[in-house]
Design a protein around this ligand. Structure first.
Ligand SMILES: Cc1cc2nc3c(=O)[nH]c(=O)nc-3n(C[C@H](O)[C@H](O)[C@H](O)COP(=O)(O)OP(=O)(O)OC[C@H]3O[C@@H](n4cnc5c(N)ncnc54)[C@H](O)[C@@H]3O)c2cc1C
Length: 393
């Protein structure tokens, strides 16, 4: 055994770092570990929505973002036969009036360093290989490998923040394979796109339906281009993610025009999405899942940074309460918090995307929202899960 921790957090993406930031300042012994060495790349659209911006500012990271990364003013939706709908943040909500595009190489490094500064112990290049066998109904820690050395790390609580293919969740049977909650996306950085703005651009175009594509501005020159779809659509329409990406770049009405002279900077990279809260069980005994491991990507937008940051914080706060009181039963509150905040929206979003993501629905919808800005704002708020009545938490 290599030491005993109050909490070991597996995975230092936004979810794991947010959990560490919520725990470490209270003096708990927190170990945050990741198989990668940072700064590291992570396949993502890099779009940081206003709700995520709020969570980052709340962590005291405004100075790390302002002036350093591309700010965004809103979202543009391009429908093949529906025209252009432009929605400006904050769309009538109380969240910030801007977002960012921050390459994950930078964002995750900023968060990791912050967790470290707040007192978390960080081990990079440390891969968790399994959970220690249960003792008295609890998982006493994790097995890991670092620089060829095999380690057993004892902890009172384990947080699985290890992404959509979570080893922690998988070992405990907390993940399911329901295609309703699984998706895949591919993205590529490109240089030389035309007419790049400070808006996130979303393209639910006919040529790739029921997939959807995006072009996000990384800076004045480089864009993050990607496309994705849900697994049930793959089965029904025989979709292949690389071919969808190719069709997006070459055969869509609006996006292909913008990208006709753009050059890829490297190969497109794909990754899994676990969405809508239904793809995982978030708590089992003394183990909590956060972020993608807990199936917390927005089923409509594919946005998961917000939910990783929020769930990481709530997991950390719940564990702090359980550790302080000595009552392990308190961890069940984490499930209640997630259900209270997300369940209704995620369920609605899962159904909306399942049945509404077709050209016959999307084109008339975007035709209407392009002419009625208030409806556009409403759609934007739904997409970003920001209600008018929300008081940012
Ligand atoms: C193509 C694509 C585009 C996307 N675009 C956006 C977007 O524009 N905006 C947005 O908000 N969201 C987007 N998302 C979703 C977003 O990337 C995720 O929701 C987010 O990364 C979840 O964060 P996380 O901390 O839960 O997990 P992750 O960011 O996946 O972090 C998990 C960490 O765990 C580590 N890990 C895994 N296994 C182990 C192990 N066994 N041992 C040790 N460490 C381990 C990994 O190295 C990784 O660092 C996109 C996703 C994809 C696939």
């Amino acid at each position: 055994m290599n030491g005993e921790y109050d909490v070991v957090i597996v995975g230092a993406g936004p979810g794991g770092s947010a959990a560490a930031c919520a725990l470490a300042p209270h003096g708990f012994r927190v170990l945050l570990l990741d198989r990668e060495r940072f700064p590291r790349d992570k396949t993502c659209g890099d779009g940081v929505a206003p709700r995520a911006v709020h969570a980052l500012y709340r962590l005291g990271l405004r100075g790390e973002l302002e002036g350093r990364f591309q700010r965004t003013s809103g979202i543009r939706f391009y429908a093949t036969r529906g025209g252009l709908t432009e929605v400006r943040y904050p769309m009538g909500s109380r969240y910030p009036d801007h977002g960012y595009v921050v390459p994950r190489r930078s964002l995750d490094y900023i968060l990791l360093r912050h967790a470290q500064e707040l007192g978390a112990e960080v081990w990079e290049g440390c891969r968790v290989t399994g959970l220690l066998p249960p003792r008295d109904g609890r998982i006493p820690g994790v097995e890991a490998e670092r620089e060829g050395e095999r380690l057993e790390i004892a902890a009172r609580y384990v947080v699985g923040a290890d992404g959509p293919v979570s080893l922690v969740g998988g070992e405990l049977g907390m993940l399911n394979r329901d295609p309703l909650y699984l998706g895949v996306s591919v993205r590529c950085y490109m240089r030389g796109a035309e007419g790049v703005s400070d808006f996130l651009e979303i393209y639910p175009e006919d040529a790739i339906s029921p997939a959807c594509g995006w072009i996000f501005p990384v800076d004045g020159e480089i864009v993050n281009v990607g496309a994705g779809f849900m697994f049930y659509a793959r089965a029904k329409h025989g979709l292949n993610v690389n071919r969808v990406f190719e069709a997006f770049v070459e055969r869509t009405r609006h996006a292909a025009r913008k990208l006709r002279h753009a050059e890829p900077l490297g190969k497109p990279r794909g990754a899994l999405l676990r969405v809508g809260l239904g793809g995982s069980v978030p708590v089992r005994g003394n183990v909590l899942l956060v972020g993608d491991a807990a199936s917390m990507t927005n089923p409509i937008s594919g946005e998961g940074i917000t939910y990783a940051l929020e769930s990481g914080r709530w997991a950390g706060e719940t564990l702090a309460a359980a550790l302080r009181s000595g009552d392990p039963g308190l961890v069940e509150n984490y499930r209640r918090i997630l259900e209270w905040h997300y369940r209704r929206y995620f369920r609605l979003g899962t159904m909306a995307i399942r049945y509404g993501n077709t050209p016959w629905f999307v084109n008339p919808l975007l035709f209407t929202t392009s002419r009625f800005p208030r409806l556009g704002d409403k759609m934007g708020r739904f997409l970003m899960n920001c209600r008018r009545s929300d008081h940012p938490l």
